[in-house]
Design a protein around this ligand. Structure first.
Ligand SMILES: Nc1ncnc2c1ncn2[C@@H]1O[C@H](COP(=O)(O)OP(=O)(O)OP(=O)(O)O)[C@@H](O)[C@H]1O
Ligand SMILES: [Mg+2]
Length: 289
């Protein structure tokens, strides 16, 4: 029994150590309970508790955590929402959202139009402040970060594919994709930008301006821009909208390579194929009256 206890302590200490090296955990992080969405006041509350006008749980528990003896609380988390609520004026959009996302995991957010999907994505991506609750990145609160610190974190660690592609009208396709590199003062990424654009079927549009592109092409430029700096979390808001089935399939493949690389993917989508592949889902249906 003594030996068992000592081994348990060693395993725990080892796990604590791993928090400093997030990608070491990527190989097993995919296995655990990673998300709790609840209207209850704590992430530890049962997800099935009823509670009025709040997120209905869309919880998936794919596998048991490994190693079996270690609780999911010991797992290193990339992104966490702790009782996150958001109102616009008197209009409460989201209440007490709790979720944990580990490296190598994917999360699909679903729900009808106006249910708060983009709002939740913006909250998780630190583009919007919660009215209450907080978002943690790599286990640390983001509440105390200044605007500059938040911007740097977003630029360094997050990639965004917005619902509206938001390209800079005066820049070519290639230079739009290179914008994050400019902001991060990173050079030598033109070849990578060209490679991504080629993968996305845009090698013949590198010098075009955004107004010379179709909406689906703009969306693909936004995807290349989001992936350029190899962010640890990619947020994608309805990325396959405006794409034909073949292009949507290719984009789905590209996005779902990210968790395999130890990164996290947060998707807003109505595409059943994409939802079905996610490790976890949050369904915001029924949240709003
Ligand atoms: N800045 C804002 N000011 C006031 N209300 C807002 C603001 N942003 C969003 N809302 C409201 O919040 C609700 C949720 O909006 P959100 O964009 O998150 O919905 P969604 O689920 O992404 O919808 P869609 O599928 O149509 O994109 C909507 O009723 C919207 O009017
Ligand atoms: Mg939206």
């Amino acid at each position: 029994m003594l030996l068992g206890g000592a081994l348990g302590l060693l395993a725990h200490a080892w796990l604590q150590e791993q928090r400093a090296f997030p990608f070491i955990e990527a190989s097993w992080s995919k296995t655990g309970l990673a998300i709790l969405v609840t209207g209850a006041p704590s992430a530890l509350s049962p997800w099935w508790l009823p509670g009025g006008r709040h997120a209905r749980a869309g919880v998936s528990r794919p596998h048991r955590p490994w190693p079996w003896a270690i609780s999911t609380e010991d797992r290193w988390m990339l992104l966490q929402a702790v009782n996150v609520s958001r109102s616009f004026g008197r209009d409460e959009i989201l209440r007490d959202i709790c979720l944990d996302l580990a490296p190598g995991e994917s999360l699909a957010i679903t729900g009808p139009s106006g249910s708060g999907k983009s709002t939740l994505l913006s909250l998780l991506g630190l583009l919007l402040e919660p009215t209450s609750g907080e978002v943690l990145f790599e286990g640390k609160t983001t509440r105390a970060l200044s605007d500059d610190q938040q911007s740097r974190l977003r630029n360094r660690s997050f990639g965004f594919i917005f619902q509206n592609p938001q390209l800079i009208g005066s820049l070519s396709v290639l230079h739009n994709v290179l914008v994050p590199a400019r902001l991060a003062r990173k050079r030598g990424l033109e070849a990578e930008a060209r490679r991504l654009l080629t993968t996305l079927g845009l090698s013949h549009r590198l010098q075009h301006l955004p107004h010379q592109l179709s909406i689906g092409q703009k969306r693909r430029v936004a995807v290349a821009r989001a992936l350029l700096l190899e962010p640890v979390v990619v947020f994608a808001d309805e990325p396959t909208n405006d794409l034909d089935a073949e292009r949507a399939g290719q984009l789905g493949e590209l996005l779902y390579q990210l968790p395999g690389q130890g990164r996290a993917l947060v998707l807003v989508t109505h595409d059943r194929g994409l939802v079905g592949r996610a490790d976890h889902t949050v369904d915001l249906s029924g949240v709003r009256a």
